[in-house]
Design a protein around this ligand. Structure first.
Ligand code: HH2
Length: 289
């Protein structure tokens, strides 16, 4: 598949796509509280679009390890005004939620993608997406955010994540959601220790063989803190390196907080490794120089 159908948007996958994160939360690990009001979140979203975001991912519940769940009412109150104000902004809006009620309202308000860290395991969520035209990101996680980082165990993390995502892709397709609307994500940091995350990054290409574009969310995450010794707000360089490595291993979409830095790095990567080339110079006779 060389495109992703996101509602009315058809996104070409011929170059890596950048998904910019908009957390309308007081407690996200990476930018908690900075964009917790609708005004701040909308301003931030416009900045990310100017920096070159291809998709915006709007979330109203932190899923960082140890985070407490918020009520559905509170999650809707945080997310929906932001979606309403950004609808028609020119890039597809993704909403990061596990709640079918919010999925439904967000789609009605103009969302073109749902990013579900529970991979539509809730049958009501599956129905909502099947009855719409939006894209969906199916993410792997082991356990629930409050406890998922307490000693996660795998025999072979890459195989287990691949098998899970393969089974979710099958279930989602069986519900009538076409393959060109499905994205898969190994869920870095969601019930994975440092070694599991490294193994998944090394083995990412295995997931791209599932026939759905792979999304990688490594931006500012704890594994980068462990590697650099830096707090979340100072992990931009490590995050850019991780995004490029993910792209080199076959990721089609990177979910990032630092859009401009990631776009610059992708421009360099694409010129050397990617399929995008600068337009060929023309001779006077119109032949390629
Ligand atoms: N990571 C986070 C949240 N949502 N969705 C997908 N598909 N993949 C990810 O890796 C992913 C995600 C965590 O990052 P962030 O949104 O910055 O933090 P928080 O959950 O604390 O709001």
């Amino acid at each position: 598949m060389d495109y992703l159908q996101c509602g009315a948007y058809r996104l070409s996958l011929e170059r890596p796509l950048v998904m910019g994160v908009v957390n309308v939360t007081p407690d996200s690990f990476s930018d908690g509280g900075q964009f917790a009001t609708a005004d701040a979140a909308v301003d931030h979203a416009h900045s990310l679009i100017e920096e070159g975001a291809d998709i915006l991912d709007i979330g109203g519940e932190s899923t960082r390890p140890g985070a407490a769940p918020v009520t559905i009412g509170e999650e809707c109150r945080r997310v929906l005004p932001v979606v309403e104000r950004l609808a028609g902004c020119g890039v597809p809006l993704s909403v990061d939620t596990r709640r079918p009620e919010l999925m439904q309202h967000a789609i009605a308000a103009g969302a073109a993608m749902i990013n579900d860290v529970s991979a539509l395991e809730d049958s009501r969520a599956l129905q909502v997406i099947a009855g719409s035209a939006v894209a969906v990101c199916l993410m792997h996680k082991k356990g629930e955010p409050q406890t998922m980082q307490q000693n996660p165990q795998y025999d072979d993390v890459v195989c287990e994540v691949r098998d899970y995502l393969e089974s979710r892709v099958r279930a989602v397709e069986a519900a009538g959601i076409a393959r060109d609307r499905i994205v898969v994500d190994p869920g870095f940091g969601f019930g994975k220790n440092f070694e599991h995350n490294l193994a998944l990054l090394r083995g990412l290409r295995t997931l791209s063989l599932l026939g759905a574009p792979v999304l990688a969310g490594l931006s500012r995450k704890a594994m980068l803190g462990r590697l650099t010794g830096r707090p979340a707000g100072e992990r931009v360089h490590a995050s850019v390196a991780a995004a490029l490595l993910a792209i080199s291993e076959g990721a089609s979409i990177v979910r990032v907080h630092d859009v401009a830095a990631t776009r610059d790095a992708i421009a360099v990567w694409s010129a050397v490794r990617g399929t995008i080339r600068p337009a060929p110079a023309q001779t006077e006779k119109g032949r390629q120089a």
